[in-house]
Ligand binder design. Structure first.
Ligand code: NAD
Length: 393
């Protein structure tokens, strides 16, 4: 099926050189759209980005495309200023033809802004996950939405495995104890387990979810489960020995560890809420590197406090940057551990940045030259949704 395309082989396996191999040649279609405005909302990289040019997804290093775009006569506006009507983002969206955004510092393109964006033809997500764009509004206005599918799926899958291990093995409190100068093995060991023999399940078994399952195989878990409205191809499920559970409550009730790997859309917003958390095994671990808003902020914090969840870990937040007083920064289980939260970075390793910068350029190049886009990158095409991953319609 369409969404299964690229499950086993993704752009992450391609080298940036390959993604870049179709070089730009002057063409009539390019001439006809010369002088367009390209607006990019990226995160500010500060001193780190000045010292490290491979931080391509930053306002400083600008995905490495400024010179290339300007040579072709296009205007390129790059900003991290994205909130409120006077922000650089909202002021420039009114006449931009191309919008480039990143999930790591999302420029929220709401229906209101889409109404104001009279020239906007294409939104490119430098990464994976385009929920910060109102996709239904984009469909109605005929605005295309593309992302660099596969560009960071290995990066995230590795982070998921790390996050599962750090919760199950009680790593964070152990390290904090060492930094404090203390040494009390029993305090840590009382909340530390092996992953071997546990039941692990993924909500969403697409590119990332499947890679998580693949990486779990050598840990000899008791069982690997998945919940997804799209079944894995039989041979793919067999290769990782994963069983599909079609009822979500039944699924979570069987898992010691739940990992969330589905996109955020109207069917997944608040999916893990107070009611569903009651059906989790008492003391389960929950890892969410998909999108913060899939899990209810307050319900998760309360479940961790009560011990219904024994750990919560991930890198995504319902609002980004997360406010200083966001409960997920400091929430703890009854033994004072169980928090593995970090800022949104799992999919923006330096390796991933090389791939999504090259992929963004390639999508832009196809647009400029009026060439067909790679099908797996199209979320919303000229005629509407081209993927089944953003909800059942
Ligand atoms: P994908 O499209 O390959 O797979 C998504 C899977 O989720 C599909 O199999 C789809 O059927 C399934 N799904 C959709 N709705 C569902 C629902 N209601 N219940 C169960 N399953 C459902 O996407 P992917 O490349 O695996 O990425 C998944 C998501 O991970 C992205 O949309 C993004 O939000 C997130 N992501 C996060 C980071 C990060 O840095 N933290 C990086 C990349 C992607």
């Amino acid at each position: 099926s369409h969404i299964r395309r690229g499950l086993l082989s993704s752009a992450s396996c391609r080298s940036p050189r390959l993604l870049n191999s179709a070089r730009l040649a002057p063409s009539l279609s390019y001439q006809s759209i010369a002088g367009m405005k390209v607006l990019a909302v990226l995160y500010s990289g500060g001193e780190a980005a000045q010292q490290e040019p491979r931080l391509l997804g930053t306002t400083e290093n600008q995905l490495g495309i400024r010179e290339w775009l300007e040579k072709k006569g296009h205007e390129f506006i790059v900003t991290d200023d994205k909130e409120g009507p006077n922000s650089v983002f909202q002021k420039n969206i009114v006449d931009a033809e191309v919008l480039i955004t990143t999930p790591f510092h999302p420029g929220y393109l709401t229906r209101d802004l889409i109404d104001k964006a009279k020239n906007l033809k294409i939104c490119i997500t430098a990464g994976v996950g385009s929920d910060h764009i109102d996709l239904n509004a984009a469909v109605e206005k005929g605005i295309e939405v593309l992302e660099v599918s596969g560009s960071n799926v290995v990066s995230v899958a590795e982070h998921v495995i790390m996050s599962i291990l750090l919760l199950v093995r009680n790593f964070v409190p152990a390290h904090e104890m060492i930094e404090r100068g203390d040494w009390q093995v029993s305090e840590i060991a009382r909340a530390a387990y092996d992953l071997e023999g546990k039941v692990v399940g993924t909500i969403g078994a697409g590119r990332i979810g499947y890679r998580v399952l693949q990486r779990l195989v050598p840990f000899n878990c008791k069982e690997l489960l998945y919940y997804d409205y799209a079944a894995l191809p039989e041979e793919a499920a067999k290769a990782v020995n994963a069983r599909r559970i079609e009822d979500l409550k039944e699924f979570v009730s069987k898992c010691d560890v739940v990992t969330v790997n589905c996109p955020l859309h109207e069917g997944t917003r608040g999916l893990v809420n107070e009611e569903l958390l009651k059906h989790f095994k008492k003391g389960a671990w929950l890892v969410n590197t998909a999108r913060g808003a899939i899990c209810d902020k307050d319900a998760v914090a309360a479940a961790l406090k009560s011990g219904q969840l024994f750990g919560y870990s991930g890198d995504v937040w319902n609002v980004q940057p997360a406010p200083k007083d966001h409960p997920w920064r400091t929430m703890k289980n009854p033994l004072g551990g169980g928090n593995g939260m970090v800022p949104h970075y799992s999919g923006t390793t330096l390796d991933a940045q090389a791939r999504y910068a090259a992929g963004t350029k390639s999508i832009l190049e196809n647009y400029l030259e009026n060439k067909p886009q790679e099908p797996q990158n199209i979320i919303v095409g000229k005629k509407g949704y081209e993927t089944k991953a953003y909800g059942q319609r």
